[in-house]
Design a protein around this ligand. Sequence first.
Ligand SMILES: [Fe+2]
Ligand SMILES: [Fe+2]
Length: 279
Amino acid sequence: MEQDPSRSSNLKLPVLDRRNFITALGGAAAVATMSSEAKADALEMHLNDALNSSKKTFPSVAEVNAQINTRPYRRGVGKLFAGQEGNVGYLPAMPSNPTLIDFIRLRLDGSRDHCLQSAHLAKSRGMDDEVVLACLLHDLPMSLMRSEHGFWSAQLFEPYVSERTTFAIRHHASLRFFPDEDAGYEYPDLYRNMFGEDYVPPPHMQAEYKMVRAHRWYMAPRLVTVNDLYSFDPNVKVELGEFEDIIGRHFRQPKEGLGLDGSRVAHMWRTIANPDSPL
Ligand SMILES: [Fe+2]
Ligand SMILES: [Fe+2]
């Protein structure tokens, strides 16, 4: 059964760019030394400043594109494969028959906290297990690839989760470009910064939106967008253990281990397990 969107329609989601916020506090190391109270005060101040700034400025598409040759990596690559702040590090060894939880702990950590917080938010709002699982998984493969990440994510998880969870994961990324205020989702300022304020989604994405909007499962990916982002709360540390039960009931873990089960996406899991392999 789909969720009633009116349950979340009154939620006012604060606009917060987590990276900018952490940078403003002096970086992740500085944040780690702050007490919970200090973090809460800083967050409140930051959000107040954002609310009070009368004029927001965003780059144009041309200005965003002009930054391409200022980076040693392309923006679409996953964090597992490119050091965005210096060199990459050594990775911990994987167990011989790795589970989803092993992958989340040891490899898919680039978006892990964001996914945990999104899933926690969805669960606390009483959303069903398939939607909570979609929130938990939706951005994890951004460690592999950021471009088209809804499709990469859906492909990676499709053999192991329900069709509706796959549908939610696949289409959440495109729905992020199309507001639905009745469902509690506004176009994010973050995207005005990332893509340019005059960005128009390409025709294939417009067509995907039209299809999903008319689909009986529309609310599943929409609810992923409603719980996506802005769920940063320095006082909430969400543990993966909170979702072991849902994973156990709704993720068909292969007994040989992910990457070793002969599935059509096994190579993707092996690539994530062994990103240092040159071939
Ligand atoms: Fe996403
Ligand atoms: Fe997300």
